[in-house]
Design a protein around this ligand. Structure first.
Ligand SMILES: [Fe+2]
Length: 706
């Protein structure tokens, strides 16, 4: 591209505008202020080369003109309307400024609409000034809308302490004031943690909306599955399931190898037990420390009691307790009463690593009622299978609501909203965390308005829909502990640390440790002492905003309301990143594998839990979802559980919020460590009968986006 120069005698600024198309435009613009801005070296001409990067998507450019200002330590210069960022990619401008700005602090920009306003996605601006200083980098990565002035601070991360001359004080205060107007806490249901305000995706801040590639993929694939559902769903009205094999009518054609395995082996006790360790919901299982008080063992089951006590003594007795579901009001689907149970499963860990069920109690004991029936592996096969199917349906409920929606999606949203409200874009922890919030608010708004809303999918086909789901979320919220979000603590508390066949546990620990090392290196760049952490008012306000406001007073469950040391800060940030990445991945990815075969994860149960062992195949079929519910489940599991074509893997974000080289080097080390871990898991999996893929770093998304 050619460069032009211009020296107009009346011009405050001489501008060369070089479009990315290769077409060069030269303009001479009057000084917008009318007179030279006072500065220490008035009249000294300086040449500034400005590079501007527009986003990569088709709609990122804007035909509107953009006014730029350079703000330096010694003054501010209005460069007037020198930019028209029509195309994606970079453009370069060169300007002569008749004063010495010295070190650049900010670039300000304002988009002027002509007849129509077109939003512009600005990635960054880089400015090379006169003299020996290098190119200053101003990260943006957001939409420029309306005609408000946007200030981009130079990308070196700074806490308040790092700005002793208060050069950025006003900017960070104003930025937070503006953000708090845009990112407002909303309210969804009583007793739950807080969401972002807004009832639909249209209410969200523009920067939280899907970009067009994600939007297009989401909308088109949803339209396709809904069309298929409408077409095939009508046939279901005249069709029915008579045998268990008939569920193959709604078994997806493009199934995963593991889903195929589930279809063939779902009746096996070993696969049933395996799911508590490494299935869609690895969050429920815990090692027993005593025989559960709600387990009622009648005198005639003395042998079972002896076996359970023996396993307990050797530390190989485990339990999966679904008592959170006790008393939850079941849904009514198309005028038919559905059913919910609250099972308790006792399992033993074999020396070969297999986890095998020993006994299932489908309901807790109730005063004035006969003791609940206990189902055993030695029972008639159909009775035992029906009991296990009830457990699978109960697991579907707790998995989707407690482990996936609440502990993955909704918590990530709290962290995200609190960060936007509390940390200015200059703050190192903002820069560290922001890539882990991409698309979380929009996917959660979509979930609240379509999946768990009134008349949403949950109400239409799930046994805990129409209110029971809110009850479960409220109960689960009351039990959210800080320790349960930190795998080293959670796995220790659940007695799973030394269980080699807990592949989830092994991988969660390794991923946690990799994230923890990354965070420690980042934090040590910006906080040289515990005092620096304690004295960071923005950081302290951020922590309080998460625990007290977003989580609605979770300090009594161990969440911090202040950060007293670097170690405490690292632990908190690692928890935030792991929650937005590994925690969600471990409970999201399994859906397609484990729930495509409906009997292994039924969304509803149409008959009450059995009270006798006289069970036929027809009894199981009658209890499982009807074809309509089954097809809807399959459709949405396929839609939500499919590998996302538009995804950023953990640590692979391309946005560069830090202009300093230190954090960039730390991110690179993190990426190398993740690549090595990915390879290790791949090699490990190659030797396994059932590979565990959900926490492979290349499979884990960088944020909650689906
Ligand atoms: Fe998800």
């Amino acid at each position: 591209m050619a460069l032009f120069s211009c020296h107009h005698p009346q011009a405050g600024v001489c501008v060369q505008l070089l479009a990315g198309s290769g077409i060069s435009i030269t303009k001479c613009l009057p000084n917008a202020e009318g007179s030279p801005t006072p500065g220490p070296s008035p009249g000294k001409m300086g040449k500034y080369r400005i590079r501007v990067a527009t986003g990569d998507s088709l709609l990122a450019g804007s035909s509107n003109v953009v006014q730029l200002w350079l703000v330096g330590e010694h003054g501010e210069k209005d460069l007037a309307k020198i930019l028209r960022p029509i195309r994606t990619g970079q453009v370069q401008l060169e300007v002569e400024v008749s004063l010495c700005l010295e070190r650049l602090l900010l670039v300000k920009l304002r988009k002027h609409k002509s007849l129509v306003g077109f939003d512009w996605f600005c990635k960054w601006i880089a400015v090379q000034g006169p003299g020996t200083q290098g190119e200053a980098f101003f990260p943006c990565y957001r939409w420029v809308q309306g005609n408000e002035i946007i200030c981009l601070p130079e990308g070196t991360a700074r806490t308040v302490r790092d700005d002793p001359q208060n050069q950025f004080k006003k900017h960070r205060e104003q930025e937070l004031e503006e953000r708090r107007k845009v990112y407002r806490w909303g309210f969804w249901k009583e007793g739950l943690i807080l969401p972002i305000a807004g009832n639909s995706q249209w209410d969200l801040p523009r920067n939280e909306r899907f970009l067009e590639d994600k939007d297009l993929d989401f909308s088109l694939s949803l339209a396709k599955v809904l069309k298929d559902l409408a077409l095939k769903g009508t046939l279901d009205l005249t069709n029915s399931v008579r045998r268990l094999e008939d569920f193959s009518k709604v078994f997806p054609r493009g199934k995963t190898p593991l889903a195929e395995r589930v279809c063939n082996s779902w009746k096996d006790d070993a696969l049933f037990g395996y799911q508590f360790l490494n299935g869609a919901n690895p969050m429920l299982l815990r090692r027993s420390t005593s025989l559960p008080s709600q387990l009622v063992l009648p005198p005639e089951m003395g042998d079972l009691k002896t076996q359970l006590e023996k396993e307990l003594q050797t530390g190989s007795l485990f339990e999966a307790d679904f008592s959170l579901l006790d008393g939850v009001k079941p849904n009514v689907i198309i005028f038919k009463q559905q059913n919910v149970a609250a099972p308790l499963v006792m399992l033993k860990l074999q020396p070969d690593g297999r986890l095998l069920p020993m006994v299932i109690q489908l309901q807790p004991p109730q005063n004035g009622c006969p003791p609940p029936v206990l189902f055993l592996p030695s029972d008639p096969p159909m009775a035992w299978l029906l009991a296990k199917t009830w457990v699978r349906s109960s697991d579907f409920q707790l998995h989707q609501l407690q482990s996936h929606l609440l502990r993955g999606h909704l918590i990530a949203e709290v962290i995200s909203v609190a960060t936007m409200r509390s940390l200015p874009s200059l703050h190192p922890i903002y820069k560290l965390l922001i890539p882990h919030f991409r698309y979380t608010m929009e996917i959660n708004v979509l979930a609240r308005s379509n999946l768990v809303s009134e008349w949403g999918i949950s109400d239409l086909v799930v046994s805990t829909g129409s209110g029971g789901h809110v009850d479960i979320l409220q109960r689960a919220t009351a039990g959210l502990t800080y320790r349960s979000f930190c795998p080293p603590d959670d796995l220790a508390d659940r007695g799973l640390l030394d269980v080699k066949s807990s592949l989830y546990g092994q991988d969660a620990l390794r991923l946690w440790e990799a994230i923890s090392r990354y965070v420690e290196k980042m934090v040590s760049l910006f906080y040289k002492s515990d005092g620096a952490v304690k004295d960071d008012p923005e950081l302290q306000a951020w922590c309080r905003e998460i625990t007290e406001t977003g989580l609605q007073g979770a300090q009594d469950r161990g969440f911090p309301i202040s950060l007293e040391s670097r170690a405490q800060l690292c632990h908190f940030i690692t928890t935030c990143i792991f929650t937005c990445t590994g925690q969600h991945a471990s409970t999201h990815h399994g859906q397609l594998d484990w729930y495509s075969w409906i009997p292994n994860g039924p969304c509803t149960m149409r008959k009450p839990p059995p009270i006798s062992k006289d069970v036929t195949e027809k009894d199981i079929v009658d209890a499982l979802p009807g074809l309509h519910e089954a097809r809807t489940q399959k459709t949405f599991i396929k839609f939500l559980g499919r590998r996302q074509p538009v995804m950023v893997a953990l640590g692979q974000h391309k946005e560069n919020y830090f202009s300093d080289p230190g954090p960039q080097a730390v991110l690179k080390q993190f990426q190398e460590e993740l690549a090595a871990l990915d390879k290790e898991i791949e090699v490990r999996n190659a030797g396994l009968d059932l590979p565990y893929e959900y926490l492979r770093p290349s499979m884990v998304e960088n944020s909650v986006t689906i």
